[in-house]
Design a protein around this ligand. Structure first.
Ligand code: CU
Length: 148
């Protein structure tokens, strides 16, 4: 027998919620999942990608300073013969002692004029970085993010 034909009072015949969602837990799991996806989407929406040119126009980082948040990505575009390395503010132009610093490695000539070094930001602490080639740092090739 066709249900729609037998139903003369549609407001009394509509399917109950329990029919649509026979398992209430399944429904709340779906809601939790939706909330998690929305939160993730919001986090991704606020994560930024920053680009820093390293030595494009001389002994400079351009821009010289950045404001970054955890989750952001910083892409260093290394121009020939330059690199980027973190260092402590207290002793300029020397490498950080292995505690969460980064180093792009030597610029490799086979990279055809441009090399990208990508850093994922995992802390909002200030970071100082410089170019460790010859005396570039001593000549002012320094930069940093979230500097006080
Ligand atoms: Cu340099």
């Amino acid at each position: 027998m066709d249900v729609s034909l037998s139903c003369r009072r549609p407001w009394k015949c509509s399917k109950s919620l329990s029919t649509i969602h026979p398992n209430p837990t399944a429904r709340s799991k779906f809601t939790m999942y939706t909330a998690a996806v929305l939160l993730l989407a919001a986090a991704l929406a606020t994560a930024e990608v920053h680009t820093v040119d390293v030595g494009e126009g001389g002994l400079v980082f351009e821009p010289q300073t950045l404001t970054v948040k955890t989750g952001d990505t910083v892409i260093f575009h290394l121009y020939p013969r330059h690199n980027v390395m973190t260092g402590p503010f207290s002793s300029p132009c020397t490498p950080t002692d292995g505690d969460g610093g980064f180093y792009s490695g030597e610029f490799d000539d086979t990279d055809d004029g441009e090399k990208k070094f990508v850093v994922n930001v995992t802390s909002e602490d200030a970071a100082y970085y410089y170019c460790s080639v010859q005396r570039h740092c001593q000549n002012g090739m320094v930069g940093g993010w979230n500097l006080p």
